[in-house]
Ligand binder design. Structure first.
Ligand code: SF4
Ligand code: SF4
Length: 143
């Protein structure tokens, strides 16, 4: 009995492993949280570092792309579509982060970034669409 009580007490004073990101007591509304942060009434707890080879948001270097469409062939969720010029458009709300397109790309035009904060109210939000033809030469998706 004494052993159990000792264990319980030990657990009670142990620091939790969970990272309470983004705040210890998040309000129901994220907007409210931003307001509280601005007023200095809440503290932002930073996210933990992602491990090596983490598969976050896809990034696309349209300059390097040679339009071989190998990525399109292996993608299990048809994340990519082509515009009239054959440039790829990635609709990331369909992406499963499997990284098969990255492995397949012969010129390393694709990579999985460390970004994981991808929640948006609209799945067609600019942040969730990678479109090389709109911004030639610009690496998008790794901001
Ligand atoms: S990571 Fe997987 S699901 Fe996402 S675009 Fe690449 S192949 Fe498709
Ligand atoms: S596999 Fe790479 S080079 Fe080929 S179309 Fe996809 S992104 Fe472009």
């Amino acid at each position: 009995m004494g052993k159990i009580i000792r264990k319980i007490l030990k657990q009670l004073f142990k620091k939790p492993y969970t990272n309470l990101f983004p705040a210890k007591y998040a309000p129901d509304s994220v907007l409210k949280l931003f307001q509280l942060l601005e007023e200095g009434k809440a503290e932002l707890i930073p996210p933990v570092e992602v491990p090596p080879d983490y598969r976050g948001k896809l990034s696309f270097d349209s300059d390097s792309c040679i339009q071989c469409y190998q990525c399109e062939k292996v993608c299990p969720t048809q994340t990519m579509e082509r515009d009239e010029e054959g440039d790829l458009i990635f609709y990331l709300e369909r992406c499963t982060f499997c990284s098969q397109c990255v492995d397949m790309c012969p010129v390393d035009a694709l990579e999985m970034s460390e970004e994981f904060l991808l929640s948006r109210p609209d799945k067609y939000n600019d942040d969730l669409i990678l479109n090389g033809s709109e911004s030639p030469g610009k690496v998008r998706g790794s901001s």
